[in-house]
Design a protein around this ligand. Structure first.
Ligand code: ZN
Length: 139
């Protein structure tokens, strides 16, 4: 069995964003040489997500509005967590809803996706460098 590990870095110049990272994951699979197995992709930060859905800008705006209704960034003092001096309690909650990681089957050297499935990095507390872990196992 082969094993491959890589960290992808992101430096998002806004508080929140959704980035399609499918091309980077496809490149990792190619680099790994693994044809049959699994790829795990997870955010290494507790204020960011990795999830699978459709690459459609309207949907991303809808997510952003929905998450902002669930856990508004402002007012900052509505959250106990922000009494620590942080201002990102909403980002912890948004990440919890959108998830930490995805696992995708690798078949014949490719992501074995259903129709429209794409992998996204969800940033909820940007303006700084953050990492995503890619782990691929198989043969
Ligand atoms: Zn925090």
């Amino acid at each position: 069995m082969k094993s491959y590990r890589k960290e992808l870095w992101f430096d998002i110049p806004s508080r929140r964003a959704f980035i399609n990272i499918t091309p980077q994951i496809t490149a990792c699979i190619l680099e790994s040489g693994i044809k049959e197995g699994f790829v795990l992709v997870n955010a290494m930060h507790i204020t960011a997500s990795v999830f699978i859905n459709d690459d459609e800008s309207g949907l991303h705006q809808d997510y952003d509005r929905w998450l902002e209704k669930l856990a508004p960034h402002e007012p900052i003092n509505q959250y106990e967590h922000n009494r620590t001096g942080e201002d990102n309690a909403d980002a912890h909650m948004k990440r919890q809803v959108m998830g930490r990681e995805v696992v995708v089957a690798v078949t014949k050297g490719k992501l074995d996706f259903g129709p429209w499935e794409q992998i996204f990095y969800g940033e909820f507390d940007g303006y700084r460098r953050k990492r995503v872990l890619v782990k691929i196992i198989g043969e």
